[in-house]
Design a protein around this ligand. Structure first.
Ligand SMILES: *Cc1c(COP(=O)(O)O)cnc(C)c1O
Length: 531
């Protein structure tokens, strides 16, 4: 391997990093590479007899554990305070974050979260309250939820909104439970939910979770719902259609009104996955299209940090037909005061006794509400329209800047919305794939785009720049993508089969990592004995 871990240009590594071998050869004594510092596990680094503080000996007391006391050492790694601080700081530097660079993950809308949002979310009146506090002491927080709800219903032209769902997929569940409750109330036990191929993967999962049989509707050659196929399948057994719009190809569904009309005529409801609302906010009101329920990912459209599993917030807007079935709790203004309606029976008018019930213990993600409303208020109505326009402009800039090298399957049918979709057809014959390209992009210092999703094109690469990226940062990403793609077409494939070469870890066995994850640390002796 001549030049070891630091090839001046990527050289093939005959032994790509396999399962179990965490470290590989390095040219340095420490294993560090410049200022990128290697870091072992806490368990490898610490020792049980080391400690950052001096604790007094435990006084001898009679055990009351009924013979269940532990006699073996607990096995926690002891470390000094500076060791602990350095451990986590070193690990954090191996991470990629939206505060370090563009995060072009399609369908994830990784946009900058303004610091103003954080400042507002940390105001003690929002951050330090408890969901069980008396209503009279949290009037400001309830007013904020009410104001945010007002923005959401206004932007969508829908009469009602449920604020409590905690993410997009949770919002889908909320919407579909309301649809099921509406059918139940009519005594209509429909069994099927239609989901187009261009829908997000959470849609069929949600429908199945609600007990429905899921049937696919194909996409047409333009990457849109095949309207004729949809019309042909509608019937008395169909409870709802779940449509992602803009869809996961980054395209607007132009037949939305016709689809809604056909679905309603068949006695079913239209659920719209509105996680991509950032592409149309201020330009299109889903209520005008005939949609019955739609979740909005506050953590995408209205900034707020997300990723790594949370936190999110997925309020669901409802049409008049579904509003009575919306979940509890909700905030209601009575005179000058705000109150939380927590129980259907307590309502004087009983106009919510059809509610399907409660989805979460409390009232939703307060911190996300504050951040989203901060984003709305700091942009204003015209600024929110510009959010959509800039998000779409940026995605089209990426699409048009790369379509001569990359395969852009639907580019001929016109502009995209907020994300640019490519396939790896242009790599045919090289032996290289989307995965290799994504790994090479890591060497260029970028988090890769979304890969192999949507499923409707081969080796999909979905790039979503969002409105918060400047032209300069887009030019850098485009330059890197062009460079990697042209090198993959011109140079021997082997080097790309083992990329990334410059990252803290090389190519990992992702299948083994997913199928046989090693989630607990074991003493090396214990491990050796087990093998
Ligand atoms: C992100 C996304 C979802 C899921 O949202 P979560 O908050 O991750 O549950 C659903 N549909 C689409 C189109 C999305 O982009």
């Amino acid at each position: 391997m001549g030049n070891g871990r630091w090839p001046s240009c990527p050289t093939p590594d005959p032994s790509p990093e396999g399962e179990g071998s965490k470290k590989e050869e390095t040219m340095t004594y420490t294993g560090n590479r410049g200022l990128m510092l290697e870091e072992p596990l806490l368990f490898e680094k610490g020792a049980p007899d080391r400690c950052g503080v001096d604790l007094p000996d435990v006084p001898a007391v009679a055990s009351r554990l009924g013979g269940l006391d532990r006699h073996r050492p607990i096995g926690l790694p002891g470390m000094s305070e500076p060791d602990v601080v350095r451990h986590f700081t070193r690990l954090s530097r191996q991470n990629y974050a939206i505060d370090m660079g563009i995060f072009p993950l399609g369908s994830c809308t990784m946009k900058h979260n303004p610091r103003l949002n954080e400042k507002m979310a940390r105001l003690p009146g929002f951050a330090d309250i408890h969901p069980l506090q008396p209503e009279a002491t949290v009037q400001g927080a309830l007013a904020l939820i009410d104001q945010l709800a007002h923005w959401l219903t206004t932007l969508t032209n829908m009469p009602a909104v449920a604020m409590s769902p905690k993410a997009g997929a949770h919002g889908e569940l909320c919407g579909m439970l309301a649809i099921r409750a509406a059918h139940d109330a009519r005594g209509d036990a429909r069994k099927v939910v239609l989901v187009p191929e261009s829908a997000h993967g959470t849609n069929p999962a949600t429908a199945a979770f609600c007990g429905y049989a899921v049937e696919n509707i194909p996409a047409d050659a333009r990457g849109r719902v095949d309207l004729a196929a949809m019309r042909a399948r509608l019937g008395p057994d169909v409870a709802a259609v779940m449509i992602t719009n803009p869809n996961t190809c980054g395209l607007f569904e132009p037949d939305m009104i016709a689809i809604c009309d056909a679905v309603h005529a068949a006695g079913a409801f239209v659920y719209c996955d509105g996680a991509n609302f950032n592409a149309i906010v201020g330009r299109v009101r889903p209520g005008d299209l005939g949609i019955d329920a739609m979740h909005i990912n506050l953590h995408k459209t209205f900034s707020t940090p997300h990723g790594g599993g949370g936190p999110g917030s997925g309020p669901v807007v409802f049409s008049a037909a579904l509003a009575p079935f919306a979940p509890l709790p909700f905030v209601r203004k009575v005179g000058e005061r705000f109150e939380l309606v927590e129980e259907a029976q307590a309502l004087a008018s009983n106009d919510h006794d059809l509610s399907f019930g409660r989805m979460v213990a409390f009232h939703g993600q307060m911190g996300m509400f504050v951040r989203a409303l901060s984003y709305m208020l700091s942009h204003g109505a015209d600024g929110l329209r510009q959010v959509a326009e800039d998000a779409v402009l940026n995605a089209n800039y990426v699409l048009r800047s790369l379509e001569d090298v990359f395969t852009a399957p639907f580019a001929a049918s016109g502009p995209c919305m907020h994300e640019a979709l490519f396939s790896d057809d242009f790599l045919e014959g090289t032996g290289l794939t989307t995965l290799d390209l994504a790994k090479a992009l890591i060497d260029e210092g970028f988090h890769p785009m979304t890969m192999y999703f949507p499923l409707v094109v081969h080796g999909a690469m979905l790039v979503e720049p969002t409105e918060t990226e400047s032209k300069a940062s887009l030019d850098q990403l485009i330059g890197a993508l062009r460079s990697v793609a042209t090198r993959m077409l011109a140079e021997p494939a082997e080097a790309f089969k083992t990329s990334p070469h410059l990252a803290p870890r090389r190519r990992l066995d992702e299948t083994a990592a997913a199928r046989r994850p090693v989630l607990t640390w074991r003493e090396p002796e214990e491990l050796a004995a087990a093998e």
